[in-house]
Design a protein around this ligand. Sequence first.
Ligand code: PMP
Length: 283
Amino acid sequence: MSRIVYVNGTYLPEEEARVSIFDRGFLFADGVYEVTSVLDGRLVDFDGHAARLERSLSELEMDSPVGRSELLDIHRELVTRNGLTEGMIYLQITRGTADRDFAFPEGATPTLVMFTQATPLIDRPAARNGIRVISIPDMRWARRDIKTVQLLYPSMGKMAAKKAGADDAWMVEEDFVTEGTSNNAWIVRDGRIVTRHLSTEILHGITRAAVLRLAAEAQMVVEERPFSLAEARAADEAFVTSASTFVTPVVEIDGAPVGDGTPGPVARRLRELYIAEMRAAAI
Ligand code: PMP
């Protein structure tokens, strides 16, 4: 069944949606994106995603074609038009269309594209069984705090994982884990929850921020600091967070089991807390 998608002010069937070959998103990966989850037909942490989008745009001196409230209206309209109850909304803004030139064009109109993707978020095999990760060097650019559409290296990481019979990859820089290819990385050691501190080296995950808050509210001990691959391998538990996977246990790193090799109690509890809170707060 064809979806209704949004392109620059118009809702239309996906087959009819078009973006110019001169779009800078296509030519230079000159664009940013967000993925917002939908639970029970409502948006999860919309304000968090909108705030990060505004920051990504401003770091790249890019204009937004619409304000936050209009953006919310478009998200809701897409949910309604597609009858989406559970899944994601993908949003991409590029600098727009101009003759090919490295310098940013003056006066280009940004391109805004949005579409829905229906997929189960709560009931997932990965959440029940955990995922297996491999480690790879982090060879991305150094502004990982900006959510740009240049995702080739993470795609290569996912393919390396697939070829190794694993589910995903954790990226490592100078022995320390930065993050997963499309998620933030966490470990649990002696009852303490550890995730890397915010900097330009990782994406400031919206799910990460919510889980940090929920863990603190539940009186769990959390440390925001770098952890090494060796420390992760010796951890009692590991897990990842992202808008589309919520909290998902990691049960194997580079072929060796994490803890007893099954999803741990901290990851399970945080997943439950996260889902309960987001269900209640979704708009
Ligand atoms: N790190 C990277 C590299 C990502 O691509 C993502 C997901 N887009 C995340 C972390 C998690 O961010 P969020 O919780 O906002 O989805």
